[in-house]
Design a binder for this molecule. Structure first.
Ligand SMILES: CC(C)(COP(=O)(O)OP(=O)(O)OC[C@H]1O[C@@H](n2cnc3c(N)ncnc32)[C@H](O)[C@@H]1OP(=O)(O)O)[C@@H](O)C(=O)NCCC(=O)NCCS
Length: 183
């Protein structure tokens, strides 16, 4: 079952994060992860949890909603407990992210450590495009690959943060008229 994380899920999700060899490379600690998850929940980020039939959280997707990059959703983390990998859970979590993000955003963006070939293949099979690399972006010696997946076609885009063109103003009655680029 995949649903929005509850406050009492957060300690288990922080344990899941600390147990991840990938996140340990980024120096993640239990206290740091728990604090970040609590702040994310308070800020209204998307936190989806995948549970076993017994209700135990074994997967997490964390999405930050933004107005940047033509109203992009930023997938900060997709993580499945090692014992559950390869069972389709990651794919179902990613589909749930896309479905929720499509109702609030026009695009999905995320970073993957460049040497994380399993995750890169996973995303590329799901229509995500590698845009380029950001060497050492968040930690020295750890290089990030930037990915993008459009969620809504042109003509069906949600209004951005200020639309410059007449066409985009006509295409959405809700489009704000601020004089700013819509990126
Ligand atoms: C990337 C990740 C979320 C995928 O989760 P998952 O539950 O393994 O995903 P799925 O089972 O839906 O798909 C895994 C794919 O690898 C294949 N696979 C086969 N055996 C596998 C195994 N033993 N372990 C993992 N994947 C395996 C699956 O067939 C599937 O292929 P597909 O992409 O053609 O569908 C998971 O590997 C993970 O948590 N990695 C660590 C964190 C990470 O790298 N996150 C992404 C960057 S934020």
């Amino acid at each position: 079952m995949i649903e929005t994380a509850r406050a009492d899920d957060l300690p288990r999700l922080a344990e899941l994060m600390v147990g991840s060899p990938l996140l340990r490379r980024y120096g993640v600690t239990f206290e740091g992860a728990l604090g970040a998850l609590m702040a994310a929940r308070a800020a209204g980020d998307g936190l989806l949890v995948a549970r076993t039939e017994a209700g135990e959280p074994v997967g997490l997707a964390w999405v930050i909603w933004t107005r940047a990059l033509n109203r992009g959703a930023y997938l900060r983390l997709l993580l499945v407990a090692e014992a559950w990998r390869g069972t389709g859970l990651g794919g179902r979590l990613f589909e749930a992210v896309e479905a929720e993000a499509r109702s609030r955003a026009n695009h999905l963006y995320f970073l993957v450590t460049t040497d994380n070939t399993v995750a890169r293949r996973f995303y590329e099979r799901r229509g995500c495009r590698h845009i380029g690399e950001l060497p050492g972006l968040t930690a020295p010696g750890l290089d990030e690959a930037l990915y993008h997946k459009p969620l809504r076609p042109h003509g069906d885009r949600l209004p951005g943060d200020g639309e410059l063109s007449a066409r985009s103003q006509q295409s959405s009655a809700e489009a704000p008229r601020a004089c700013a680029p819509n990126l």
